[in-house]
Unconditional design. Structure first.
Length: 278
């Protein structure tokens, strides 16, 4: 699928490097969360994956083809949803007629389903939409393209709480074993129950690159009341209940849902078990 091989990238010769000798392999058919602080290169990495930016050194390939060459057969099988979306003053019908031919697997049926799930009319006028409506309309088109690679930069920014729930529903409904979705976000609570794979990024360093199944098999995320011991915790932070803790799962207890916010804080503090780290 996507292979990033020893890339260097900066926005100018006198600018600090965003990536230096950075490598990453993305798993096929998974929803991958690309997480990190603002300014750590998440959005830049998506632009590099899409071929909209070019690394100064190293290569990024999609099914063995260099994405920086912007080959038609590559571009027709990937779609990028940026954080800021500007749509033309057209009807959705006209927009589809102009753009769908670039994507051989485009599905009108999927488009209608996504618009309906997002509670948007199928006969949609793109003029005068709010930021959230623009995102929902554009993500509907993105999912309808049928591309095997989808890249989304901060997709839940600008969405209200009900729309964030709809986003998770729509994404889950239209994922397949052949489609890989990469979501870059700092709003981890919007996606923590959606992800199959977690990538924690700190510049050129990967703090974590593991399937969520591995993380949940090895770690437990618990809430403990005030006064309860945290001596067995590998990481603890205050919460309204007392303390939120991460403890190692030795296989004796049931798995707990992942808490991405705590996981990121734990990784940043350097307290993840070595068996999990990259």
């Amino acid at each position: 699928m996507i292979s990033i091989d020893h890339i260097d990238f900066s926005y100018g010769k006198r600018k600090p490097a965003i990536f230096s000798d950075f490598s990453l392999e993305l798993p096929k058919g998974k929803i991958c969360g690309l997480l990190g602080k603002n300014g750590t290169g998440k959005s830049t990495l998506l632009y590099l994956m899409s071929g909209l930016l070019r690394a100064q050194r190293g290569t990024i390939t999609y099914d063995g083809r260099d994405v920086s060459q912007r080959l038609p057969e590559v571009l027709s099988d990937m779609f990028f949803v940026p954080e800021e979306i500007e749509l033309p003053s057209l009807s959705m019908e006209r927009y589809v007629k102009m753009n769908a031919p670039f994507y051989p697997n485009f599905s009108q049926e999927v488009l209608k389903e996504c618009l309906s799930d997002f509670e948007l009319p199928t006969q949609l006028d793109l003029r005068g939409l709010s930021m959230g409506q623009k995102k929902k309309a554009f993500m509907s088109f993105a999912l309808a393209t049928g591309t095997r690679l989808l890249l989304m930069d901060e997709p839940t920014n600008g969405l209200d709480i009900p729309s964030k729930s709809l986003f998770r529903k729509v994404i889950s409904r239209h994922m397949t074993d052949e489609r890989t979705l990469v979501i870059s976000t700092h709003q981890v609570r919007d996606v923590d129950m959606l992800l199959d794979h977690v990538i924690l990024l700190e510049g050129s360093h990967l703090l974590l690159n593991r399937p969520t199944a591995d993380i949940c098999a090895m770690l437990r995320f618990e809430e403990r009341p005030v006064g309860a011991s945290t001596e067995d915790a590998i990481y603890a932070q205050p919460s309204i209940y007392g303390n939120s803790v991460i403890v190692e799962n030795h296989g004796e207890d049931d798995e707990t849902p992942i808490n991405l916010e705590m996981l990121f804080n734990c990784a940043e503090a350097g307290k993840l078990p070595k068996s999990l780290t990259v």
